[in-house]
Design a protein around this ligand. Structure first.
Ligand SMILES: *Cc1c(COP(=O)(O)O)cnc(C)c1O
Length: 301
């Protein structure tokens, strides 16, 4: 995949002497956006080096990683297979926008029950996939492995090392681990998990080689994929004020958290906060479809 150049966008908040710089990784590509580009970069070259012509991965039906991998496969002339959580989806006549896109990019979709999906890392399950599809290069759920971390170590550059804080949204913890590894020891890296509880701290410790980080766990809005009108309203106001779109699963929750922490005085005066916009905007159409069914306010696009 080619080189990318990303812009840092400064935003100003009235009444606070705090500088926020948004690292617009969402602009890398509309589909292979943000951290998913970083995570796939070295995995795609590794698959090619190993002469594997098929990439296989796992994900939920709205997964940014599934969409990104489908696109990356197409660009690199590699076949792609997505193992999708939730058998009931097979029977739906219309796939959601994420899966429709993945399919149109040539991805083969295999739907498995939630129970099977939980066994996805077991050899026995992987072997049934090899029997069905032949040899493939396996990329874990969310794309997180050592090569993904290596790619995420390229997010911070030059002037970014002057920031006192670096913030990013957290799913599996791969992205924040790469950021931690490449940061200066005097910077504080803050992760905002998009899901409740779990083993994140340990997972990040396994990949990260510094301890200048922490997780802010108060802004998951009830759990992964859970959305409240208050969050939608924040995302819409933020876009109107700063002309930066946020996604409702990851970056919207993180930015909501950062603004709330600023109001609560968490960051000392004069702090420079670098906020990594990890992308995820492809998911907005699908989320809006769900919100519409529930008669809730939509994300403005
Ligand atoms: C996948 C994703 C994340 C989470 O990244 P991890 O490396 O799994 O922690 C954050 N933001 C966006 C937009 C994502 O798509």
């Amino acid at each position: 995949m080619e080189k990318v150049s990303i812009q840092n966008q400064k935003i100003f908040i009235d009444n606070y002497s705090i500088e926020i710089i948004v690292k617009r990784e969402d602009l890398i590509h509309p589909i292979i956006s943000g951290n998913k580009y970083r995570k796939l970069k070295y995995n795609v070259s590794q698959a090619k080096a190993l002469e594997k012509n098929t990439l296989l991965t796992f994900g939920g039906a709205f997964s940014n990683h599934i969409a990104a991998l489908a696109y990356a496969g197409k660009l690199n002339n590699l076949n792609t297979i997505g193992v999708i959580r939730g058998e009931e989806l097979v029977y739906k006549e219309n796939l959601n926008p994420t899966l429709t896109l993945a399919k149109s990019l040539g991805m083969k979709l295999k739907f498995v029950t939630r129970e099977e999906y939980r066994r996805k890392t077991k050899d026995s399950f992987v072997n049934t996939l090899i029997n069905e599809f032949g040899e493939f290069y396996l990329i874990p759920e969310g794309g997180t492995n050592n090569l993904a971390i290596k790619g995420c170590e390229e997010i911070l550059k030059n002037e970014d090392f002057r920031a006192n804080y670096v913030c990013c949204a957290v799913g599996t913890g791969g992205t924040i681990s790469g950021i931690i590894n490449s940061s200066n020891a005097n910077q504080k890296i803050l992760g905002f998990p998009a899901l409740k509880g779990g083993f994140l701290n340990q997972d990040i410790r396994n990949f990260a080689n510094q301890d200048n980080w922490g997780l802010i766990t108060d802004y998951h809005f009830g759990g992964y994929g859970k959305i409240k009108p208050e969050l939608i309203s924040f995302i819409n106001t933020f876009k109107r004020d700063y002309n930066i779109p946020l996604d409702p699963i990851y970056t919207g929750k993180m930015m909501f958290g950062i603004f709330d922490l600023i109001e609560k005085g968490y960051f000392p005066d004069g702090s420079k906060i670098l906020v990594v916009h990890t992308g995820g905007l492809q998911g907005i159409i699908g989320v809006n479809e769900k919100l519409k069914l529930k008669n809730q306010p939509l994300i403005e696009v």
